[in-house]
Design a protein around this ligand. Structure first.
Ligand code: PEP
Length: 243
């Protein structure tokens, strides 16, 4: 299975900060058997594409609209993303689902549009704490995947990121057993998509998390804002997987 370590910079950095962090990453991250990518704000993408051009780091966006163009004020289309050499796009991140009320049907349209335009979608799934505590975690994730993948003939070009909402940005990752169970469950549903784990991945827990079967990489938020920490996470994953 393909391995991927993706940075999600969320809504952080001025263009100057984004540039200097990206340059630092290019200097520090020279080779990796896993694919490495940075998903940044729309404002940063064009500059970053130039900085990453001759490096191993690939570029991703954090959202997009499914239409190619038109009267959708404030939105960004897949065609626009392609025009700045973007290759990946995060879709259905829990912040989009919960703060901006994106539902599974809307996210499914984006997944299909991304694939049509040659972008690799990273479909985020994950339950809230209430859903977990009421025993619905597997139903929620299963629904998000089934609906997110609806009417797709081939899912091998879609990356799944399991991000339990209660572990995102809290500093406390889900425990090994929880991650392991959910990744095995997702693997039983989807045979050929890489499954990333996201939710408080840090240099200090990266080694432990890298050992979990069916974790094909990470989606890293806060810890990806420092090139050194992101590099550290990548190196730990490589050390566990390739020795
Ligand atoms: C995220 O924003 O997708 C994320 C996983 O954040 P963090 O690593 O900070 O929990």
């Amino acid at each position: 299975m393909r391995n991927i370590i993706a940075a999600n910079w969320e809504m952080n950095f001025s263009i100057q900060e984004a540039e200097s962090t990206a340059k630092d990453m290019v200097k520090k991250i020279k080779k990796s058997p896993a694919d490495i990518l940075v998903c940044a704000s729309f404002v940063h993408l064009d500059r970053l594409s130039k900085i990453f051009k001759n490096s191993i780091i690939k570029l991703g966006a954090q959202n997009m609209h499914f239409e190619e163009k038109g009267a959708f004020t404030g939105e960004t289309s897949p065609v626009m993303l392609k025009s700045v050499n973007c290759e990946y796009v995060i879709l259905g991140h829990s912040e989009r689902r919960h703060i901006f009320k994106e539902d599974d049907g809307f996210i499914n349209k984006k997944v299909k549009s991304a694939l049509t335009h040659g972008l690799t979608p990273i479909l985020c799934v994950g339950e809230t704490l209430d859903e977990r505590n009421s025993g619905q975690a597997f139903d929620v994730v299963s629904r998000q995947i089934k609906k997110g993948f609806e009417s797709l003939l081939d899912t091998s070009d879609v990356i799944i990121a399991y991000e339990p909402v209660w572990a995102i940005g809290t500093g406390v990752a889900a425990d090994i057993e929880t991650i392991s169970e959910m990744h095995d469950f997702i693997r039983s549903m989807v045979k050929n998509s890489p499954i990333l784990y996201g939710g408080s991945v840090k240099p200090k827990n990266a080694e432990e998390l890298s050992q979990i079967e069916n974790v094909d990489g990470f989606l890293v938020g806060g810890a990806s804002l420092k090139a050194e920490d992101f590099k550290d996470i990548i190196e730990k994953f490589i050390k566990i997987r390739w020795g």
